[in-house]
Design a protein around this ligand. Structure first.
Ligand code: HEM
Length: 471
C-alpha cells in the first residue's frame, strides 16, 4: 500500500524492465554471477531500465551521460548513499566513502588539503622511489626469465605508495594486507546480491569465518599504522598527521573516526590505481608498438640519466592517454550506486523514492554512441581528440562526491608506468589466452595477470629533450 503511494508521486511512465529467467528472484542470480553482463543487457533495452529484483528497493540502470550528470551533479541532493554502502560500513565504518551529511562535509573539508595539486607534487619523489624499488625486483626477475603476477606486483606497489604518502610509514610485512583486501572484497560483493537474510552473516560458515579473519587482519594493520604515528612527534604534512593533529587539538575526531578514515584511504587508495596499472600492462602487452611509443616518450622527456620529476608529467601525453584509455575500458569502480531520497523523473521515466540507481562507467564508457569501436584499445582517443564530453567518461565519478584521490591517482599511475615502461617490456606468459575481467568490488583480471619482464635495450643514453616531440 505504502509502496503504491510512493510510486504515484514519481512523475513519468514506468521504464522498460529487464526480467530474469525465474519468477520472484528476477535477475538477482544473474547479477550475483555476472553483473557486467546484466548491465550490458539492460543497455540493450534502453537508457533507463528497471531490473526485476525482489526486495524493498526498485533497481534501475542509467546509461545516458545526461542522466548520470543529473544524478551526480544537478539533483545530487536527492541521491544518497545506499544499502550497498551499509555493507561497506562493516569494513570502512563511517569513513569518507560511506558517510553522509554534516559528518561527510566536515571530513571532506579536513582531508582535502592532502590531495591538492601542490601537496601531490610533493609525493612524486616517494612514488618514484617505490616504482624504482619495483624495477629492481623486476630486473632480477628479467635476469632469471621469471614470470610475475603483475596484478600482485601493482597491488604491492600501490599499497606501498599510499601507506608512505598518506601515513608516512613503510608498508612492511606487518602491513601486508593484499590477500585480506581480496577476501573482504569477495565477501562483500557476494553479500551485495545475496538473497540470504542479514542474520546469515553471523553463521560460522567457511566464507564468513574467512571474512572475519580478513577483517581482523585489516583492523590490526590500521591499528598499527595509527599507534606508530601516535608514538612519534606530531606532524601534519600528510593525511594521518593532519587527522592526528586535528584530534589532539580537540577537534571532533574520535578514535573511531580516525580508524575509519585510515581504513578508507588504505582500501580506496590502493586497489583502484593498482587494477588500472595491471590493465594497462595487459593492454600494452597486446600492443607492443604502443608500449614502445610511450617508452620512447618517457626517454625523450627525461632521458636515461634520471627519474621522473613532477615537472615531466605534463609532457607525458601518450603515457597519460594509455592510462586514461585503460581506465575507459576497465574502470576499477565499474558501477556505483545512489538511493533516491524522494520520487523523481529521469528521461521521462518515473523513479520512485527508495529506488536505487546504478551508474556504470563500464557501460557508458563502452557505448558506441559516444566511443566509436568501443572495445578497441586506442589511446589516440585521448591524445588527438577533444576532451570526452561530460559523463561519457567518468571513472572517478562526479559532482560533490567525485573521487577525492583522482589527482593523486593519476600522478601515481603516471610516475609508476613511466618509470617501469622506460626499462621493461612485459610479455604475456600465455600469449593469446584471454584475460577476463572479474568484478569483485573492483574490476580486476580474474585469476591474476601473468607476464614476463624483459629489459629494454636502449642503444645509447639520451639527454632529455627540451620539448616532447612524440606527440
Ligand atoms: C584509478 C584510481 C581511482 C579510481 C578509478 C577511483 C574511483 C572513485 C569513484 C568512482 C568514486 C566515487 C564513488 C561514488 O560516487 O559513489 C571515488 C570516491 C573516492 N575515492 Fe577514489 N578512485 C581512485 C583512486 C583513489 C585514491 C588513490 C584515493 C585516496 C588515496 C581515493 C579516495 C577516494 C575517496 C576518499 C572517495 C570518496 C569521496 C567522497 O565521497 O567524498 N580514490 N573514487
Amino acid at each position: 500500500m505504502r509502496r503504491a503511494t510512493i510510486l504515484s508521486k514519481a512523475r513519468g511512465t514506468p521504464p522498460p524492465v529487464l526480467r530474469g529467467k525465474l519468477p520472484i528472484v528476477g535477475v538477482l542470480p544473474a547479477l550475483a554471477r555476472n553483473p557486467l553482463a546484466v548491465l550490458t543487457q539492460a543497455r540493450e533495452i534502453g537508457d533507463v531500465v528497471r531490473l526485476a529484483v525482489p526486495g524493498r528497493h526498485a533497481l534501475f540502470v542509467l546509461a545516458d551521460p545526461a542522466h548520470i550528470r543529473y544524478v551526480l551533479q544537478e539533483n545530487d541532493r536527492n541521491y544518497r548513499r545506499t544499502p550497498f554502502h551499509d555493507r561497506l560500513k562493516v569494513i570502512l565504518g563511517e569513513g569518507l566513502v560511506t558517510s553522509e551529511g554534516e559528518l561527510w562535509r566536515q571530513q571532506r573539508h579536513l582531508l582535502q588539503p592532502t590531495f591538492r595539486a601542490e601537496q601531490v607534487r610533493g609525493f612524486v619523489r616517494i612514488m618514484r622511489e617505490q616504482a624504482e624499488a619495483c624495477a629492481m625486483r623486476w630486473q632480477q626477475a628479467a635476469e632469471k626469465t621469471e614470470v610475475l603476477d603483475v596484478s600482485r606486483e601493482m597491488s604491492d606497489l600501490a599499497l606501498k605508495i599510499v601507506v608512505r604518502c598518506m601515513f608516512g610509514q613503510d608498508a612492511g610485512e606487518d602491513l601486508d594486507v593484499r590477500d585480506a583486501v581480496h577476501e573482504a572484497q569477495a565477501w562483500i560483493s557476494d553479500r551485495i546480491w545475496s538473497l540470504a537474510p542479514d542474520w546469515t552473516e553471523r553463521l560460522p560458515t567457511r566464507g564468513n569465518r574467512r571474512f572475519r579473519r580478513s577483517l581482523a587482519m585489516l583492523n590490526g594493520a590500521v591499528e598499527r599504522i595509527i599507534a606508530r604515528r601516535l608514538r612519534t612527534t606530531a606532524r601534519n604534512d600528510d593525511l594521518l598527521g593532519m587527522l592526528v593533529v586535528a584530534q589532539q587539538a580537540g577537534e571532533s575526531i574520535k578514535a573511531r573516526q580516525l580508524r575509519d578514515e585510515v581504513m578508507t584511504m588504505l582500501l580506496a587508495g590502493h586497489e583502484t590505481s593498482a587494477t588500472v596499472l595491471a590493465w594497462a600492462w595487459h593492454l600494452l602487452g597486446e600492443s607492443p608498438s604502443v608500449a614502445e611509443r610511450i617508452s620512447a616518450e618517457v626517454r625523450q622527456t627525461i632521458g636515461t640519466f634520471r627519474g621522473v620529476e613532477a615537472e615531466d608529467l605534463a609532457s607525458l601525453t601518450v603515457t597519460r592517454a594509455v592510462i586514461q584509455e585503460s581506465m575507459r575500458l576497465y574502470p576499477p569502480a565499474a558501477w556505483f550506486a545512489r538511493l533516491a531520497a524522494g520520487p523523481d523523473s529521469i528521461g521521462g521515466f518515473a523513479i520512485p523514492s527508495g529506488a536505487i540507481v546504478l551508474l556504470s562507467p563500464w557501460l557508458t564508457q563502452r557505448d558506441r554512441r559516444f566511443w566509436p569501436d568501443p572495445d578497441r584499445f586506442d589511446p589516440e582517443r585521448f591524445v588527438s581528440h577533444e576532451r570526452p564530453s561530460a559523463y561519457t567518461y567518468f571513472p572517478f565519478g562526479g559532482g560533490p562526491r567525485t573521487c577525492l584521490g583522482n589527482h593523486f591517482a593519476m600522478t601515481e599511475m603516471l610516475v609508476a608506468l613511466a618509470t617501469l615502461v622506460l626499462r621493461f617490456q612485459l610479455v604475456h606468459a600465455h600469449p593469446g589466452a584471454p584475460v577476463r575481467p572479474e568484478l569483485l568490488l573492483m574490476l580486476r583480471p580474474a585469476r591474476g595477470l601473468f607476464m614476463q619482464p624483459v629489459e629494454r635495450r636502449h642503444t645509447e643514453p639520451v639527454a632529455p629533450a627540451d620539448t616532447c616531440s612524440v606527440r
